[in-house]
Structure formats: C-alpha cells, structure tokens
Write a protein that binds this ligand. Structure first.
Ligand SMILES: [Ca+2]
Ligand SMILES: [Ca+2]
Length: 232
C-alpha cells in the first residue's frame, strides 16, 4: 500500500527525492534477480557484474534450468569476481542460498574449488561492511569474507529430480542482516588450481526467512538444516 501512495504522488513530490538519490549515489538498485543465471550472453549475466575468467553456460551442469556460472574455465588462473547489488530493507534478516560445485574432467584430483562469499553494505563489491552473520560450509575466516572449501561430496538434484553426476554440487546457506537499502552479494574465485577442474555456481537465492525458520536456523544449526532440506 505504501508503494501505491508514492506511485500516485505528483512529480513535484517525488522528483526531488530522485535527484537527491542520483547525486548522492544512494539510489536503490533492484530486487535480487537472475540467481539461476538463465539469462546471459555467455560472458555476462543479467543483473550481475563480473571480472576475470568466468562464463555462463550449460556446458558443465546446473541445479536449476540449464545455465550456471563457471569459474576458471579453460585452465585460466582463478581470479574471477561476480557480484550483484540489490534492494534490501535495513535491519531485515535474509537467507542467502546457493549451490556450488566442482567440475572435474579427470578424477580423482587434488585441486580445491572454493569461493569467498561476501554480502556487503552498499553498492560496491569492495567497500561497505560485511553483513554475513552465520553460514554453512567449511570456513576459514578469510579477511573480509568467508571462504569455504568444496571438498565434501554431497550431491544435490537438479530441477528435474535427476542426480548430477558430472559435477558434484553442494548446497550452502548463509544468513545476513541488511543495514541499508542496498546490499551487494560477491563471489570471489579462490580455487587453489585450475587444470582440468572448474568451479560452478547456480541456484543463488536471497529470501526473507519466516520467523520460525530463523529460530530453527539458530537453534538447530546450519549443518542440520541442510541435511533436512535435502532428505525431505
Ligand atoms: Ca541455472
Ligand atoms: Ca579450471
């Protein structure tokens, strides 16, 4: 109802606010979008910004639709960063969910595919405070974010229910609390090698948890919650 009120306001009322937002850089972004990377040009994905060796493709598997984000493909040095700035509500709790997997052309291999996960206050991938307050995965407390190693091998199923065999995906959940109207989610490639193996990201979702879910999240722990989700 609040939106309707602003929508039907006269231009004289909302224009000054827009101008202030433009000149102060505090304009809101957009709702979180394209978390499954289905809308892409191969080198870019709608709603996301990226640098370094990353492609969006169906070549190596997906857990939703056909497309995923592939890090350090073609034996390139792991250094890609992909990020999205989206609207958030200050003081609101959010869940960040995604699937991250390791593609391996030969097995076994000893290279670890890993990502640094950050949710930052503001519209930049390199500034603003870190907002993540809890998370799953094996964390090592890297400066400015959280790195987890995808050395476990639980499999998740794609949207058709089929187990993905060529790529070992794991599901991860993080909780963050927004502090302003715009937040930026950042994934940084931190693989410790690249030859014959790539990292794959898909099914990224930012959701507002039900109060009961948040309580359960804190009480039961992230690992338990993940197990429940995948055995239901
Ligand atoms: Ca997808
Ligand atoms: Ca690679």
């Amino acid at each position: 109802m609040k939106c309707s009120m602003y929508r039907f306001s006269s231009a004289a009322l909302w224009l000054p606010g827009v101008l202030v937002a433009l000149f102060t850089g505090s304009a809101t972004a957009a709702p979180f979008q394209n978390g499954s990377f289905e809308t892409n040009t191969g080198s870019a994905a709608a709603g996301w910004s990226n640098t370094g060796p990353i492609v969006f493709t169906s070549d190596e598997g997906a857990t939703d639709g056909t497309q995923s984000a592939i890090f350090n493909g073609a034996n390139q040095v792991p250094s890609a960063v992909v990020w999205q700035t989206f609207d958030t509500i200050p003081s609101q709790n959010y869940f960040l969910d995604f699937d991250f997997g390791k593609y391996a052309a030969g097995s076994p291999d000893t290279i670890i595919q890993q990502l640094q996960i950050e949710v930052r206050d503001g519209a930049s991938p390199s500034s603003g405070g870190q907002l993540i307050v809890a998370g799953s995965g094996t964390t090592n407390g890297a400066s400015g974010g959280t790195i987890f190693s995808n050395t476990s091998t639980p499999q998740v199923r794609d949207s058709s229910g089929a187990v993905i065999n060529s790529l070992q995906f794991s599901h991860f959940t993080f909780q963050f609390i927004a502090t302003s109207g715009t937040s930026t989610l950042v994934f940084r490639d931190q693989a410790d090698g690249t030859v014959n193996t790539d990292g794959a990201l898909d099914s990224v979702a930012v959701t507002v948890p039900e109060p009961a879910s948040l309580t359960a999240f804190a009480a039961a722990g992230l690992a338990l919650m993940r197990r429940r989700r995948h055995t239901e």
